[in-house]
Each structure stands twice: as C-alpha cells, then as structure tokens.
Design a protein around this ligand. Structure first.
Ligand SMILES: C[S@@+](CC[C@H](N)C(=O)[O-])C[C@H]1O[C@@H](n2cnc3c(N)ncnc32)[C@H](O)[C@@H]1O
Length: 261
C-alpha cells in the first residue's frame, strides 16, 4: 500500500491501558468530539459454540489461547457505559458503536435510553465467515447523536461494503476504512476522537488520517502495545504496518464510497 501522503501529527494522541469504565470516568465532562468504538461483547461468544472458530474472549478456559478479556455486557453495565459516554461527549456530537447480531438484539435498544439513535448501519464484509445456519457476512454500526449535528455529507448510504481483515495482527481487527467512513461523515480536523475499546488501533489510524486528535483505551496490555507501535510507525512513515492493503472491494475503488475515503 502507498503511504498516506501527509500525516499531520496530532496535538494529542494517547492510548491507555485501562478498563473502559475507569477510562471514561477519568475524562472530563464534555471533553471529546466523537466516540467510535467496537466493544468486546460476551453475548455472541456465550451463545455460540464454535467448532473450529478462533476463540477470542475469556469465556472458554483452557485449550485455546485467550487474547483478551470480554467486557461484561450485562444490560446494567452497558447502560452505565453509555451514560459515561454521554457524559464525556460534547453536546451536538456523534457516536458510533459496533454490534454483532446477538449483542444488537440484547443491548442495542438500550442506546435509545441515553442517545438519539439515528441509523443502524450495516457493515457488509463482502466475504462470508462462520455460522452454523446462515453464514455471517455483516455486522452493525449504530449511529446516534447527543444533541443536533448534521452529517458532513448527504450522500453516504447505510450499507458499507468493506472487506474483513482475514489474518490481522489482532483477532478482531477491523478495517481502517470503517473508521474512515465514520470520521468522514462526522468529524472535522482537530476533533478529539475517543475509543474506549481500542484493540489493534484501527480507529486511531482513522483519526490520524482525518487530521484528528485521539484518546483511547484497552484493558489488554498486548492490544495497547500493538496499537501504539502501529500509530508510531504511521506517524513516522505514513504506512499502516498492520493493514497494508485497502479493504475496499475492486468494484468500489472508483465509486462514491471511495471518494469519501
Ligand atoms: C472487538 S476488540 C476491538 C478491535 C478494534 N476495533 C480493532 O480494530 O482492532 C475489543 C477490545 O476490547 C478490549 N476490552 C475487553 N474488555 C474491556 C474493558 N472492560 N475495558 C476496555 N477494553 C476492553 C479487548 O481487549 C479488545 O481489544
């Protein structure tokens, strides 16, 4: 992949090893401009009994190597998490939270108790993955506002075709293009982007590409190390060492979606 032409050094860039709730509590009220996040839900893993699938959370002891602990996503904890998000987000700003199908059904409705939910976006991963019945090819991104704020463009569809990362450095690594889309739609240069579940740091690369500042956290030291190394290299060279290829499907490379990226 060609290096990103100009990477503006963020005036603030922090990745902290912290629990998401502790992290959000430590931030001042109304201090961030946008929240883009992809939590580690336990719902899906608890309901599925994968055969040969890659087990990523701590729900299954022994046998498989655990990559990271899961966020305990009981409805009460999730509501508390959302209230903390609301507290740190400035007024008239946007929030994007990713959901798999299981967590969307059990937790997605709770977002309405705290934010104004505006859209449920579909991430079409182009190639399908596991599934005992229909094979899964999509996830959801819930888009909501605190107060009123328009999108930067009126031409963005609610289905985003972006290929999954097949063998990433991190098991749940998301393509940076997902965060590019969120930030193109909702950020301005200099915005402080916040991600309480940073993982391999795809959201932080999106923030740097959009000339934004970034503050994020992950409970896993391994994740924080990966994300920091990735951002350091990106700032020095303009190359994303953990996603070297574009995740856009060929037929979309010249399309509207590409022009937005
Ligand atoms: C789905 S992954 C995020 C992947 C990330 N979007 C990427 O592209 O690499 C969720 C992350 O949440 C972290 N996590 C789990 N429980 C957490 C908690 N209580 N507080 C903060 N992070 C947590 C996990 O370590 C994991 O890295």
């Amino acid at each position: 992949m060609r290096p990103t032409k100009k990477v503006t050094k963020a005036s603030r860039f922090e990745i902290l090893q912290k629990d998401c709730l502790e992290f959000l509590k430590s931030l001042p009220e109304e201090s961030v401009d946008i929240i883009v996040t992809d939590p580690a839900y336990s719902g899906m893993n608890n309901k599925m009994n994968f055969g040969n699938g890659r087990i990523v959370g701590e729900y299954k002891k022994g046998g498989n190597e655990k990559w990271f602990p899961e966020f305990k996503d009981e409805p009460e904890t999730f509501l508390y998490f959302l209230k903390l998000c609301h507290r740190v987000l400035k007024n008239n700003r946007h929030l994007y939270i990713m959901f798999d199908s299981f967590s969307l059904l059990s937790l997605g409705h709770i977002v309405r108790d705290v934010f104004d939910v505006k859209n449920l976006l579909v991430w079409d991963k182009v190639n399908f993955g596991m599934g005992h019945y229909f094979r899964r090819r999509h996830e959801f991104i819930l888009f909501a506002t605190k107060g009123y704020r328009k999108l930067n463009s009126k031409s963005i569809p609610d289905v985003w075709r972006i290929k999954r990362i097949p063998r990433g450095i991190y098991p749940t690594q998301k393509p940076v293009e997902l965060f590019d889309m969120m930030l193109k739609a909702s950020s301005s240069p200099g915005f402080l982007v916040c991600d309480p579940f940073v993982g391999s740091g795809s959201s932080s690369i999106g923030a740097l590409k959009a000339s934004c500042d970034f503050i994020g956290a992950d409970i896993s030291l391994k994740a924080c190390r990966i994300a920091k190394k990735r951002a350091d290299c990106f700032l020095k060279t303009g190359i994303d060492i953990y996603q070297k290829r574009s995740a856009l499907p060929e037929d979309l490379k010249k399309s509207l979606q590409n022009k937005l990226l």
